[in-house]
Design a protein around this ligand. Structure first.
Ligand SMILES: *[C@@H]1O[C@H](CO)[C@@H](O)[C@H](O)[C@H]1NC(C)=O
Ligand SMILES: *[C@@H]1O[C@H](CO)[C@@H](O)[C@H](O)[C@H]1NC(C)=O
Ligand SMILES: *[C@@H]1O[C@H](CO)[C@@H](O)[C@H](O)[C@H]1NC(C)=O
Ligand SMILES: *[C@@H]1O[C@H](CO)[C@@H](O)[C@H](O)[C@H]1NC(C)=O
Ligand SMILES: *[C@@H]1O[C@H](CO)[C@@H](O)[C@H](O)[C@H]1NC(C)=O
Ligand SMILES: *[C@@H]1O[C@H](CO)[C@@H](O)[C@H](O)[C@H]1NC(C)=O
Ligand SMILES: *[C@@H]1O[C@H](CO)[C@@H](O)[C@H](O)[C@H]1NC(C)=O
Length: 412
């Protein structure tokens, strides 16, 4: 009796551990680039989905329909010589935010349906111009048109790939015309990044940036791709006393530390864990931080703080701006805030809340700055502690599972 229940517990524990290990690989449900790569006649469409980074946005969504046109149809579109930003709008008008497989297209209730598109989701489509009208026609045909245009612009040709109800990729006969999607879209260098931040809860950071030479560094990187992590107003206000204490160079560096000189959409951040360089990186002065997923969230870890992304202000190739709950403090400037990290102690006692935030600690070992979430500053402590506790319990769970399994093996 004793033996079987122990073995069963161990088995169950091992199974749950095993399932936990499997979870991360199932997050990426589909890959539109890969799906279309099987169809050479859609290579132009596929190329521009990647070039505009729409592919990433499509992959990150569930329940979606991509209306592809063949290379001849794309040649018509490209002859209009649209900017890459307008081209992205036009292609996003061909991505429906609902699942339409061949069967559903031929069974549309009352013969007609309106589908919201990814262009509608950008918020730049005035009125109903971001909707596509799908009509079930006689003779087994299905018509597509921009709602504003009326009539039938294109017809359903065939289904290329259906993964119900995640993604459907269908061929339609030609590009749907949409004057609003084709309208000139401001290029990135005309974008007012401090204006965007000010309007979305990062006013203090924006104003601090405007008063610094760091602003030019950000602007200079706009065209080539830029990702900005701006601390929210509360976080930035709390940080200002520390900021004022920095040297002129230090002030510029900490601001530039919040910019990354490549475009990273939220889904790219989610799939790229690891260290990343910043606008402040300069040879030996690494000024990097670590991007790490935490469930559905994305966290940024410096040796001093762990911040998390709280919202997306803009995410359009080549510019992404995300708001953070904390100011990123680089170890290059805030080493003093680093306290030595206690050696990993497996006893639950080590998990107890830290009594004092600025306790004078025993002499630091030489490698004091290796673990990312050691006791740090006021703002760092909260997240570091709760994260630490979460991870510790996870480790304990795994080690309990393993020892149970080991015990079971010994008993057998
Ligand atoms: C659809 O997507 C969900 C969530 O990503 C996934 O769990 C499921 O396996 C997918 N279905 C198919 C048939 O791929
Ligand atoms: C999607 O597939 C393409 C081509 O097979 C591959 O290069 C790319 O890395 C894949 N993307 C993801 C996010 O898996
Ligand atoms: C296409 O547009 C670019 C920039 O908008 C312009 O320089 C070029 O002359 C245009 N080409 C044609 C064929 O219209
Ligand atoms: C379909 O048409 C009927 C009768 O005209 C109407 O009562 C019903 O609400 C319509 N359904 C949809 C989904 O539009
Ligand atoms: C959708 O298209 C059909 C066929 O052209 C038309 O009868 C219907 O009124 C259109 N619906 C909307 C909302 O434009
Ligand atoms: C950017 O936006 C800010 C705040 O809305 C405004 O004060 C500033 O004049 C704008 N800059 C430009 C170049 O338009
Ligand atoms: C500013 O620097 C001084 C001297 O290094 C230090 O005593 C003080 O605590 C610092 N203030 C803040 C807010 O970091």
């Amino acid at each position: 009796m004793q033996l079987t229940s122990t073995a069963m517990a161990a088995g169950l524990a091992f199974l749950s551990f095993f399932l936990l290990m499997l979870l991360p690989s199932s997050t990426e449900a589909h890959n539109i680039t890969k799906i279309l790569a099987e169809f050479p006649e859609f290579s132009t469409f596929n190329h521009y989905l990647s070039k505009t980074h729409l592919a990433d946005e499509i992959n990150s969504r569930e329940t979606i329909t991509v209306c592809a046109v063949d290379n001849a149809g794309m040649a018509d579109l490209l002859s209009k010589n649209l900017s890459i930003y307008a081209l992205k709008n036009v292609l996003s008008f061909h991505v429906l935010l609902d699942y339409f497989g061949a069967k559903k297209l031929h069974q549309i209730t009352n013969g007609t349906a309106l589908a919201a598109t990814m262009f509608q989701a950008t918020g730049r489509a005035p009125g109903s111009s971001g909707f596509v009208n799908i009509t079930d026609l006689k003779g087994g045909k299905v018509g597509f048109s921009a709602v504003d245009n009326g009539g039938i612009e294109a017809t359903f040709d065939k289904s290329l790939k259906e993964i119900p109800y995640n993604i459907s990729v269908i061929q339609i006969s030609k590009i749907l015309s949409s004057p609003d999607a084709e309208a000139p879209t401001p290029g990135p260098s005309q974008m007012n990044i401090t204006g965007i931040m000010s309007a979305h809860g990062c006013k203090v950071f924006a104003e601090t940036l405007l008063a610094s030479p760091a602003q030019k560094t950000f602007d200079d990187n706009l065209d080539g791709g830029l990702t900005i992590f701006c601390p929210g107003d509360d976080a930035m206000k709390n940080f200002l006393p520390k900021f004022k204490n920095l040297t002129v160079d230090g002030k510029q560096a900490v601001l530039e530390y919040h910019g990354v000189p490549i475009y990273q959409s939220f889904s790219m951040l989610k799939s790229n864990n690891g260290p990343i360089n910043t606008l402040a990186t300069d040879g030996a002065n690494k000024y990097d931080f670590v991007i790490q997923n935490d469930g559905p969230e994305v966290t940024l870890k410096t040796k001093i703080v762990t911040a998390k992304i709280t919202s997306t202000l803009i995410d359009e190739q080549p510019l992404a701006i995300f708001a953070l709950d904390k100011v990123l403090m680089p170890k290059e400037l805030f080493k003093a805030a680093l306290a030595p990290t206690p050696a990993p102690a497996p006893a639950p006692a080590a998990d107890a809340p830290k009594p004092s935030k600025h306790h004078k600690s025993p002499p630091a070992p030489p490698s004091a700055d290796s673990p990312a979430d050691g006791p740090g500053t006021d703002s760092a402590d909260q997240t570091a502690d709760s994260n630490g506790a979460g991870r510790f319990n996870g480790e304990r769970f795994v080690s309990v599972c393993l020892s149970l399994l080991f015990a079971a093996i010994l008993l057998l």
